[in-house]
Design a protein around this ligand. Structure first.
Ligand code: NAP
Length: 248
């Protein structure tokens, strides 16, 4: 197993890409701390991780609240004594055209997708610096890399995550902490509006050379790779798992 004795925090683990990552990490032997605002011991992802025989915690955490984020890391350290991997995945979208976007829509998306990502990185950085090892995997998006229509809040946040990752990678490299981004495209609750509307979906698929949306399970293996020593010489990168939509 590639992640035996490693401890991973997965934000946004209740569903979608976060759920797939939690399962993939657990299958490779990691202890998994699953967090989201509404995750509970009854959440399907928790039952699945338990069934795999992995050590785990499930915690209700809003990543846009700095105190809750600190508690998440403190409880992880109390339970498992270390934190090796952060999959900084939780995110939301609140679409609206620029001229219709309310300050609340702008603030909420920036607060969760950008500030929340920062809070989680900051909270794990200290224990990882003491351990002199760690892997942080952030989540940007084709929207943040290329721009899109109807989501200036989301693109600003994800563009910020793209840049934040590179600066953090430079700052933390001296502690043997790697920081990378993924830019995924998968059929989840977040993308349901696109994938379930035949017209919208056909238009979107024209931009994806491989001609289909991924299932969330197709993202998990890249999280395992970036979390493991197999990627020991990779930092500051953005890996697009999107059927070729973005070619950097
Ligand atoms: N799906 C795609 O094609 C795609 C493309 C590009 C980027 N992404 C990014 O990939 C990540 C995962 O997306 P997804 O498609 O899996 O979305 P999803 O199915 O909507 O899942 C989002 C997860 O984030 C959690 N979450 C939301 N706000 C949170 C908060 N404040 N604190 C803690 N947890 C929170 C949600 O759980 P609760 O509601 O319980 O909090 C949920 O578990 C996001 O960052 C998204 O922007 C996705």
């Amino acid at each position: 197993m590639k992640l035996q004795d490693k401890v991973a925090i997965v934000t946004g683990a209740r569903q979608g890409i976060g759920e797939s990552a939690a399962l993939a990490l657990a299958k490779e032997g990691a202890a998994v701390v699953m967090v989201s605002r509404s995750i509970s011991p009854d959440s399907p992802v928790v039952a699945k991780v338990k069934e795999l025989g992995a050590r785990y915690l499930a915690m209700s955490v809003d990543i846009s609240d700095r105190e809750q984020v600190q508690k998440m890391v403190d409880e992880t350290l109390a339970a498992f004594g270390r934190v090796d991997i952060l999959f900084n995945n939780a995110g939301i979208s609140k679409p609206a055209m620029l001229w219709k976007m309310t300050p609340e829509q702008w603030d909420e998306v920036i607060k969760i997708n950008l500030t929340g990502t920062f809070y989680c990185m900051q909270a794990v950085a200290k224990p990882m610096m003491e351990q002199k090892t760690g892997s942080i995997i952030n989540v940007t998006s084709s929207a943040g890399l290329l721009g899109t229509i109807g989501q200036v809040n989301y693109t600003a946040a994800k563009g910020g995550v793209y840049a934040l990752t590179k600066s953090a990678a430079k700052e933390l490299a001296r502690y043997n902490i790697r920081v990378n981004n993924i830019a995924p495209m998968a059929e989840t609750e977040m993308t349901k509006k696109i994938s379930s509307d035949p017209k919208f979906s056909a238009k979107y698929l024209e931009r994806i050379p491989l001609g289909r949306f991924a299932q969330p399970e197709e993202i998990g293996p890249m999280i395992v790779f970036l979390a493991s020593d197999e990627s020991a010489y990779i930092t500051g990168q953005t890996i697009c798992i999107d059927g070729g939509m973005v070619m950097l």
